[in-house]
Write a protein of this length. Structure first.
Length: 300
């Protein structure tokens, strides 16, 4: 007995009288499935009659051709591999990854019905690769979809696609998703979009992954030291008696000077002030010809 098992990841397993071979398959026409077997040569399969599938093989390339009007082809929705059953003239083939197909779904001697089954496709536009996204920032993941089949789920990988972590619940296929960046800092990040049901179970279609790695990084905190300038007035310190018309030396020490200084005098303990200089360099001293009102409450 000969059986052919097609898996949803595009592989095929052929068994004939206890001999097992593996390979891959693709759809090359409305009614034709081409199977490439590993290391097979010579004729392996032959026709099974007018109402069954016929197989032709050249080297390691096998072509499966619909020949009979009573043959049926059933498209699966399950995620597990399916096996063809030739006794009932039924062959079950899942769609190969990233491949559109138009295949007959049912045929009879009186009427032939053709159904078009088109594989959906998603192109991730951002991130494309090379970007740096920072943990805690909000970034926009965008994509374009063709032949959408329902809700989608978004995942992130921090190791170039070896492992995945969900970053959304099932959402509508709107083409964009605002993500507050979370997880590990890594230079090998990817985004994956896949079609799912409302329970987050993947549908029988391939997942779509961003084309190149991007970076997720911690925000670097920069510490800025703010140094406040300070001036200590040495003279007058208080208690002195300076006389109007005399020339006295005002002195001071400064730390972390930031520019020029202006000197002023108060005759009422600092309530009001009167300038006694223009802006001058911060030299630490200034000779002042004492002016103003006689007062015992003066400050510099």
């Amino acid at each position: 007995m000969q059986t052919v098992e097609f898996t949803r990841d595009g592989k095929v397993i052929l068994e004939d009288s206890g001999s097992v071979m593996t390979g891959t398959y693709e759809l090359i026409g409305n009614d034709v499935v081409k199977v490439s077997l590993d290391g097979v040569s010579g004729a392996m399969l032959s026709g099974y009659g007018a109402d069954s599938w016929e197989y032709t093989i050249s080297g390691n390339i096998m072509t499966i051709q619909i020949d009979g009007e009573s043959t049926t082809l059933t498209r699966i929705g399950a995620s597990t591999p399916q096996q063809s059953v030739y006794g009932t003239k039924t062959l079950t083939i899942p769609p190969p990854p990233n491949q559109q197909r138009t295949m007959p779904i049912s045929e009879s001697t009186s009427m032939k019905t053709t159904a078009s089954v088109t594989t959906p496709n998603i192109t991730i536009n951002a991130p494309k690769g090379g970007e740096t996204w920072y943990i805690g920032n909000r970034e926009l993941i965008t994509w374009s979809s063709v032949n959408s089949v329902g809700q989608i789920l978004l995942d992130v990988s921090y190791d170039s696609g070896k492992t995945w972590t969900a970053i959304s619940t099932p959402i509508e296929d709107t083409g964009n998703f605002g993500w507050t960046v979370t997880g590990l800092a890594s230079t090998h990040c990817r985004i994956r979009v896949e079609f799912v049901d409302s329970y987050s179970n993947p549908l029988n279609y391939p997942a779509f992954v961003s084309v190149a790695d991007f970076t997720i990084s911690q925000i670097t905190k920069t510490t800025v030291s703010i140094v406040v300038p300070n001036i200590t007035i040495n003279a007058p310190k208080g208690g002195e008696a300076w006389f109007v018309g005399d020339r006295n030396l005002i002195t001071w020490n400064s730390v972390n000077s930031v520019g020029q200084v202006l000197l002023a005098v108060s005759y009422d303990s600092g309530k009001t002030w009167t300038a006694i200089s223009t802006p001058i360099d911060n030299s630490g001293s200034f000779g002042w010809w004492v002016t103003g009102l006689p007062s015992t409450h003066c400050r510099i």
